[in-house]
Design a protein. Structure first.
Length: 314
């Protein structure tokens, strides 16, 4: 059963899984990107729906919506306990997404062909962390960079290209684009940090993040010719791009000077804040489709409960 709330005024109190692990430590040289002027919130230009998928024990507050296809199919991930699957939501019908024998399964991306990418953690397998691509017929292909200690897969495009990163034997992180079993490396120039790709569109543009030597996290966009440009929300301590659509609209999250998380949208060089209108102290934006629908998670500050949301342009 899926619960749906429009303009909900309540947050349920429970122990839950953290929203997203934004690990980072990267390597690169950027081309110039015009930094947009921070704008007022554009939340009023969207209608928001809050969604919760009950955990196997019936409890709510574990939902994180990670991506949305153009037909409005949704992906959810939560880890309430070991052996808890992620879910594909089709017309409010939930379909479990899980790797066989995995302790945790986290779907991250869905394309318009119905393919799903994500990550699995296996308790007694080396490597324990492995990416996956799931075909619409249920076939599941594991994604493992050769010789890596672990591999993480995130978004994918309609060409079945999957982006992610792996941890090498010397424990450094490296980004990649995976396509039909072939890995294309993504590393940042000039030792700026370790590239952690998160999203890719059908034009081959990739967005992600890296952490500099001072501990601040910056976003980046990588173009098909291999050049990079930085993405930094003005005044933010950390910027975490998560996805990009074919119109070049980038969405993600940023952490302000008070360490609060907010959603953002970057369009034509201009930044906009996008926070949920529900009682919340943090908004994490994780995906966008070609219609401009945006998904993510929100919750109260100091409370690990998370609730999914869909924001649709008015």
């Amino acid at each position: 059963m899926l619960t749906q709330k429009q303009g909900s005024q309540s947050l349920l109190s429970r122990k839950s899984y953290p929203m997203m692990i934004w690990a980072a430590v990267l390597t690169l040289a950027f081309a110039d990107l015009a930094v947009g002027v921070p704008q007022d919130s554009i939340s009023a230009l969207y209608s928001f729906v809050s969604l919760d998928i009950p955990a196997p024990n019936g409890q709510l507050g574990f939902t994180n919506l990670s991506d949305i296809a153009d037909n409005s199919d949704l992906l959810d991930f939560f880890v309430a306990a070991p052996d808890t699957p992620g879910f594909l939501l089709q017309q409010f019908r939930t379909i479990p997404i899980m790797c066989a024998h995995a302790e945790f399964s986290t779907p991250s991306g869905i394309n318009n062909r119905g393919e799903i990418s994500g990550n699995c953690v296996f308790p007694s397998t080396t490597p324990s962390g492995q990416g996956f691509l799931r075909r619409p017929n249920g076939e599941l292909i594991l994604i493992n960079f050769p010789g890596a200690l672990s591999t993480a897969a995130f978004k994918l495009n309609d060409n079945s290209q999957v982006v992610g990163f792996y941890q090498s034997a010397n424990r450094t992180l490296h980004g990649f684009i995976w396509s039909n079993g072939v890995f294309q490396p993504i590393d940042l120039p000039h030792n700026l940090g370790q590239a952690l790709p998160r999203g890719i569109n059908n034009l081959g543009q990739v967005v992600g993040d890296y952490t500099d030597s001072s501990g601040r996290t910056h976003g980046f966009i990588r173009y098909p010719d291999g050049s990079f440009s930085p993405i930094d929300f003005p005044g933010a301590h950390d910027t975490l791009p998560a996805d990009i659509n074919d119109d070049g609209i980038i969405v993600g999250s940023y952490r302000d000077a008070q360490a609060q998380l907010h959603g953002f949208l970057l369009k034509n060089g201009r930044f906009f804040t996008l926070d949920v209108p529900f009682p919340s102290m943090r908004t994490v934006v994780l995906g966008i489709n070609q219609k401009g629908q945006i998904v993510g998670a929100y919750g109260a500050s100091g409370n690990v409960n998370t609730h999914g949301f869909v924001a649709t342009p008015e």
